[in-house]
Design a binder for this molecule. Structure first.
Ligand code: PEP
Length: 255
């Protein structure tokens, strides 16, 4: 059975002290309350906090993630953080290809593909984000656009490597807007993407890959979304900043 995820993306929020409280609260609640052994809780915190917060983890139900990395091993890349650096402070997962990085920092599929390679070479798990704009959906090109993002950034991998990637489908029109995709819209896209993976790698490989949904997931809609057969959890922004809400999201998977 493929792994289920509640992954929180804090983005550029919380001071160190606020973050420490939030991180500890989630870790403790998850340790005490999360009973589904197939669910992993991941928190992607701001880079300066990674080293310290990784030491607060007191259960293997929780892992810490970075929100970005640079594909090069080291060198003159001022302000950037390498995979090796992240690994050395206990990071296990790294979000890449988030629409905010694509839009505000001009990240291309090619650059994201290089990050995928660097992460897999370093033994860390990429959480690869993809998703269409509202205009693309309204023009009816959303399936082809997101399939193209896969093809460009992932299809150079062999099957073993691909199965180490976690996917997050995040329609841009649903991120931070309070407008969530319906569970049917999420399921429809996830199925299209799984079929796209199956067309290149075969059904067995495609069935092993966790595909998360992201876009205004909250404690009130997670159950319905996570009940969909191809939705393997959520990448959660705003609601991951509230410990009780995020823990409830992690507890929203069907038994
Ligand atoms: C995100 O940024 O990955 C995200 C899904 O944000 P939100 O849950 O706030 O829409």
């Amino acid at each position: 059975m493929r792994k289920k995820y509640a992954a929180g993306n804090w983005k550029m929020n919380k001071t160190f002290n606020e973050g420490q409280i939030l991180f500890s609260e989630v870790t403790n609640m998850v340790k005490d309350e999360l009973v589904n052994p197939n669910v992993k809780v991941v928190m992607a915190v701001p880079a300066p906090y990674l080293s310290s917060f990784s030491k607060l983890i007191n259960t293997d139900k929780v892992s810490i993630a970075a929100q970005n990395c640079h594909p090069k091993e080291s060198g003159a890349y001022t302000g950037e953080v390498s995979v090796g650096m992240l690994k050395s402070v206990g990071v296990e997962y790294v979000i890449i290809g988030h629409s905010e990085r694509r839009e505000y920092f001009g990240e291309t599929d090619e650059f994201i593909a290089a990050k995928v390679d660097a992460l897999l070479a370093g033994g860390l798990t990429p959480i690869f984000c993809c998703g269409e704009t509202l205009a693309q959906r309204e023009a009816g090109i959303h399936f082809d656009f997101v399939k193209g993002q896969f093809t460009n950034a992932l299809f150079h991998l062999d099957a073993d490597a691909l199965q180490k990637v976690v996917i997050a489908y995040e329609p841009i029109w649903a991120i931070g807007t309070g407008v969530t995709a319906s569970s049917e819209q999420a399921q429809e896209m996830h199925k299209v993407l799984r079929d796209h993976l199956a067309s290149k790698y075969g059904q067995e490989v495609a069935d092993n890959i966790s595909i998360l949904y992201g876009g205004s997931v909250g404690a009130g809609n997670a159950k319905e979304l996570f009940a969909m057969p191809d939705v393997d959890g959520g990448l959660v922004g705003g609601a991951s900043l509230k410990s009780r809400d995020f823990t409830e999201i992690a507890k929203s998977f069907p038994a």
